[in-house]
Structures are given as C-alpha cells and as structure tokens.
Design a protein. Sequence first.
Length: 165
Amino acid sequence: MDTSRTIQTRRPGFTLVELTIVILILAILAAIVMPKITESSDESRIAATATTVAGVNAKIQEVLAQQGDYPATVQASWFLSGKLPENAWALDYSGTTIWVDNTATLSQTHPALKHIRNLGTFWYNPSNGRFRALVPLQATDADTLDLYNACNASAATSINATTGG
C-alpha cells in the first residue's frame, strides 16, 4: 500500500486575478483623484496670476501718484527679483513678457485678444494704466473669457470686448 501523497506546494506571490484586481482598484482611484488635482492646480494658477496683476496695478497707481502720469512701461526694477513678473499660465513661454500696447485708446480697458500669443503674456495700456494678464486659449471662447475674468478680477462681457468691466 502506497501511502505517499503528492504534496503541492504553493509558490509565494500573487495570482493573475489578484494583480488584475489591484490594478483595477488603482485605476479607479486615479480616475477619481486626477481631476481634483488638476482643478486645484488651475485654481492655484488663477490665484497666482490675480496676485501678480493686483501687485503690478498697485505699483502703476503708485507711479501715477508720484509722477502725475502713467508710466510708459512696466519696469523690472519695481520688483524685488529685478525681473518682470511671470504669468502662471505661461511659465514655458519664452517671448516678450509684457505687451505695451501704444495703440490702445484711453477708454480701452481690455485687449482685443485675451489669449497668450507672440505679443506677450501680459497686456499694458500706458494711456490709462490698465494692466491685464493674458490666458491660454480654452475649449470655447466662453471658457477663455471666464478664465481671463478670473485672472484679472474683471467682468469683460465678450471675448472681443475692449471696454467695460
């Protein structure tokens, strides 16, 4: 009588089913968390840009009070870093930082085009001291306008509006 039994030993490790379940759970968690991280990042950029715009506008008003006229340009010497400010929406942009629009009229409070392009990442109207951040194009004109208004604490009513708000 043969009493020997075959003993199967299980190798340490995970089965394919176990690995698949873990990967599936991680994918679901990533799908839930990633939009929140992206949204938080966008909110941070809006806040940083709005702070920059407010700081530059305060300095422009200070120069106006001291000299009686708006400055012709935004000066790097106004800032502790000795450099012109960076737009949080255009950190990889290597072109001109501030577009000084010498063709803008006294009543023009917004640039005709509100998105970042080769003219600069900020817009400045020396005839009335208006300083605005330009933003990247969004999926729709309405989204671009919403982002522009949030970054500039403004209330422009149209993507092409140059006055008001």
